[in-house]
Design a protein. Structure first.
Length: 528
């Protein structure tokens, strides 16, 4: 097959993937399931193990023929998925509020650490028992690390819908999820270092594994520290490339550079991408980059999940051993988060109801678990059967978590041992009738909050939900089309209205005249 034929086939493949992931994603959302699950299922359906291998006119071997046992899809399509994984982790890093991670709350750190530690140990022990091997077997370590991931976007949507963002449990879940993500990435760095040594033919004992862990953790820590230390200089450098679109792409280029460096050091590329995003998350250009790379994110990331789905051997997935292993492993992953996060919560002022809410809120796995699974499969650390186990676990925990969290939130009564005053939520909406104008206003609003020392956490680039907190003031902000929706307690409404009014006045003076709005009396409505 010549180059033109390869590229033509790739173009057709991308076209089919683009439509498939959107169709299945929309169906999933309508069913109350996160779109990532629909995108994963789309990949399974159109992949080489189901419809992709069926031949037709022009493609006698099928549009997505099985490439090899080690790599199900073509090299060029797999390359697209790897680019997508870098974009995904760069976005995840830039969404992380570094201030929140470093200073937000002691309880969030303890609970996040508890969730990661217990889920890693329980996941590893589960694999150790079922595979009849030792704790430091690479397969066990990988299954341990995959059990630590938490998909906070799912939990954030539920908390927002139920108006529970400002409750002690809601705030603690979101803070713990930040620690959870960072600790999970650190653990992955360590495991990849061990995997690199093993694949190089180095025989390892317990001491050598500890030394590798220290070395790899040191590399990650040094580069993370340097990136954060020089984050403002990095931001200043990328801004030299021009306007907001130009410097946002330059920032992504820096993420690719660090991703490649980390891969060369025996760590995963996604760790370098996440480190870059984490460093830039505290700079003034972070919200601009998030908005500017959103289009790239929407294009590339679903391709990644589809390719992950294509790697699933359906025959293996429904094999009795995989179903049994996957069921036990999924149960262990659910229990580990409930206990690992719930038990520390009991020691930090929460009662059983509050601990159960926090534990169930940390259960859903998602993007990071799938990325780690893909790394393990394509590096030969796990086989198709174990990959199927992880896919099954991700599906079960993602589908299982929302109804359980909803149930826990419906239980009447406070979740803390000592009652705290929780003001009733109120919802306020402002419609600016123009999507670009709305994005500019929300960007300025969040910038102003950060200038006033609010800790602002953008929960997910797809969801558009942000949470801001300072002292007793807490609010969630969401974009719905051309509307800005703010949920906060009645006590905070005057503050929020005043901030929105200040932003509108700033724009009137410097950027966009208010006559672009259809409602001339918008200022009066805000103040009324």
């Amino acid at each position: 097959m010549n180059v033109t034929e390869i590229i033509t086939k790739l173009v057709f493949q991308l076209a089919v993937i683009i439509f498939s992931v959107r169709i299945f994603g929309k169906i999933s959302v309508k069913m109350g399931i996160p779109s990532v699950i629909g995108e994963l299922i789309a990949g399974i359906v159109i992949g080489p193990y189901v419809l992709g291998g069926i031949g037709f006119i022009g493609f006698p071997d099928g549009l997505f023929p099985l490439n090899s046992a080690e790599l199900a899809v073509s090299t060029e399509l797999y390359a697209f998925s790897q680019i997508a994984s870098i974009i995904l982790l760069f976005a995840s890093g830039i969404e992380t509020d570094l201030s929140l991670f470093l200073r937000y709350s002691l309880s969030g750190g303890i609970i996040g650490f508890g969730g990661v530690a217990v889920s890693f140990i329980l996941g590893d022990l589960c694999a150790m028992f079922l595979l009849n091997t030792n704790f430091f077997d690479l397969r066990c370590l990988f299954l341990g690390i995959m059990s630590t991931a938490t998909s906070v976007g799912i939990t954030a949507r539920i908390l927002s819908d139920k108006k529970k963002m400002d409750t002690p449990e809601g705030v603690t879940i979101l803070a713990a999820a930040v620690f959870d993500d960072v600790l999970g990435i650190v653990l992955l760095a360590v495991i990849m270092g061990i995997a690199s040594a093993v694949t190089s033919g180095v025989g390892l004992n317990g001491l050598q594994i500890c030394l590798i862990a220290v070395k790899v953790f040191g590399i990650w820590l040094v580069f993370t520290f340097l990136c954060i230390l020089f984050s403002k200089k990095i931001a200043k450098f990328v801004k030299l490339f021009g306007g907001t679109f130009d410097f946002s792409i330059a920032a992504l280029g820096f993420a690719f550079l660090l991703a490649g460096f980390f891969e060369k050091q025996g760590l995963a590329m996604i760790i370098g991408a996440y480190t870059t995003g984490l460093a830039l998350s505290g700079t003034e250009i972070a919200p601009v980059i998030q908005e500017r790379i959103h289009g790239l994110y929407k294009f590339f990331v679903p391709i990644f999940f589809a390719v992950m789905g294509m790697s699933v051997d359906v025959a293996q997935l429904f094999h009795v051993n995989v179903l049994v292993f996957g069921g036990i492993y999924s149960f262990a992953c659910i229990v580990s988060k409930v206990l690992g996060c719930g038990i520390p919560a009991l020691t930090l002022g929460f009662n059983l109801k509050g601990a159960f809410r926090i534990g169930s809120g940390m259960v859903p796995r998602g993007e990071v678990a799938l990325i780690i699974a893909g790394i393990g499969l394509n590096s030969g650390i796990i086989n198709q059967s174990l990959f199927g186990v992880v896919i099954l676990m991700t599906l079960i925990t993602t589908v299982f978590a929302p109804p359980v969290l909803n149930f826990s939130l419906k239980i009447k009564g406070s979740g803390v041992k000592k009652d705290v005053k929780v003001s009733e939520f109120q919802i306020f909406e402002w419609d600016f009738y123009n999507a670009n104008l709305t994005l500019l206003i929300i960007d300025m609003f969040i910038r102003d909050l950060r200038k006033e020392k609010f800790y602002v956490q953008i929960m997910n680039i797809n969801d558009g939900i942000s949470q801001a907190r300072k002292g007793n003031i807490a609010l969630s902000v969401k974009i719905e089309g051309t509307k800005i929706v703010v949920k906060t307690s009645a006590d905070n409404i005057p503050f929020v209205k005043n901030k929105i009014f200040e932003v509108v006045k700033k724009m009137e003076k410097s950027v966009i005249p208010l006559n672009t709005l259809k409602e001339k009396d918008l200022q009066n409505k805000i103040l009324s």
